[in-house]
Design a protein around this ligand. Structure first.
Ligand code: RBF
Length: 351
């Protein structure tokens, strides 16, 4: 009897061991429960070169930051160079690879370049920042209210030219140097700057010059010098890499520069007295995330303004507060407050 009980117990132990072995065996064969997302490719086409162009630097930074948050997303940055006639061809070859879920780019001319490419690649999607095109099913665009951005620096420019700052003269002449003309510039930035200047004093006149490209710092310096010879004491520069020429010329002669797009007081402290800024880094980061998550609304055209926090004036930098006299900053503060709260806004015209 005792033997039988022992045999039964041994049999039970063996059965248990076999069962446990089988369960573990089965488990091992089960596929791993890891969600595998499809790869998501982004091509970032820089229409120009990155270095020296504030909005392009922020474009790449924002896209890199967003992509780093997703294991399945990848980013390729392509510099298109300064020959604008080649951009369409270069974007076509990106679309032709079929590797990119979205082509990301930035400047007001790009929706029209991409539109031509889109005709031949109906599945290719485009994300255009600093641009406006409504109703194209393959494209999402977001435009900054640059009337407001330019009004900020225009108002400051007016205060500076009327001030007793060491480089300011009694004449009421402000300058503007631009790389090239395009609708966003002539319909938003130039009028915004003029309105800002004239809100300080309607007698202020504007000396406006066009370089002809986004890289010739020597020509930009020549233009700035001839403006200063004519009595200009403060200049707004919108010229990418050529900005350096304007800054250097003004620095040498103790005059003032208004900067556009990003906070760059540090390039020439005391010479750059105001920066009208765009939060392109954040905008690109947010929109690229939406694209990766399949939430980006194609076919839409959005406009973002100061009250939304994407357009602003850099007033919290010690190189601003330390170099611009208090009476000027106090007057500027009133405008900044009104724009941020939405009490003072400017319409974006049809481009
Ligand atoms: N901005 C730059 O800083 N660097 C450039 O190389 C540059 N190229 C441009 C080319 C075209 C055709 C257009 C329409 C704009 C370009 N911009 C460039 C201007 C930029 O998009 C923006 O309008 C200004 O920087 C003012 O915010």
């Amino acid at each position: 009897m005792k033997k039988i009980v022992i045999l039964i117990l041994i049999a039970l132990v063996i059965i248990c061991l076999v069962a446990v072995g089988l369960i573990i065996g089965f488990r091992k064969k089960e596929p791993p429960v890891v969600e595998k997302a499809e790869p998501f490719g982004i091509a970032c086409f820089v229409p120009g070169v990155v270095a020296g162009s504030p909005l392009y630097e922020l474009l790449v930074e924002g896209a890199e930051k967003a992509v780093a948050e997703y294991g399945h997303a990848s980013l390729k940055v392509i510099e298109g160079g300064f020959n604008q006639a080649e951009w369409g061809e270069k974007i076509t070859s990106l679309a032709a690879t079929g590797e990119y879920d979205v082509i990301l780019t930035s400047n007001p001319a790009m929706p029209f370049v991409c539109m031509d490419v889109a005709k031949n690649f109906p599945n290719q999607k485009f994300l255009n920042v600093d641009a406006y095109l409504e109703g194209h099913p393959q494209m999402a665009t977001i435009l900054y209210n640059q009337v407001e951005q330019a009004y900020f620096v225009g108002y400051l420019g007016g205060l500076v030219t009327k001030s007793k700052m060491p480089g300011a003269n009694p004449g009421l002449k402000a300058g503007m140097v631009v790389a090239q003309e395009y609708p966003a510039l002539t319909k938003m930035m130039k009028p915004g700057y003029e309105q800002g200047l004239k809100a300080v004093d309607p007698g202020i006149t504007i000396d406006y010059r066009v370089i002809g490209n986004w890289y010739d710092a020597n020509k930009a310096a020549d233009l700035a010098n001839s403006m200063m010879d004519a009595g200009v004491d403060v200049i707004l520069t919108i010229a990418g890499g050529a900005n350096q020429g304007v800054i250097k010329a003004a620095q040498e002669r103790g005059k003032y520069v208004l900067f556009f797009d990003s906070n760059e007081y540090k390039i020439a402290p005391g010479t750059i007295v105001g920066c009208g800024i765009l939060d392109q880094g954040r905008l690109v980061y947010e929109k690229v995330k939406e694209a990766i998550e399949g939430k980006l609304a194609y076919g839409t055209a959005e406009i973002v303004s100061t009250k939304d926090g994407y357009v602003d004036f850099a007033d919290d930098d010690p190189l601003y507060t330390g170099n611009v006299p208090e009476d000027v900053r106090k007057k500027m503060d009133v405008v900044i407050k009104k724009m941020r709260s939405g009490e003072l806004t400017f319409e974006v015209p049809e481009l």
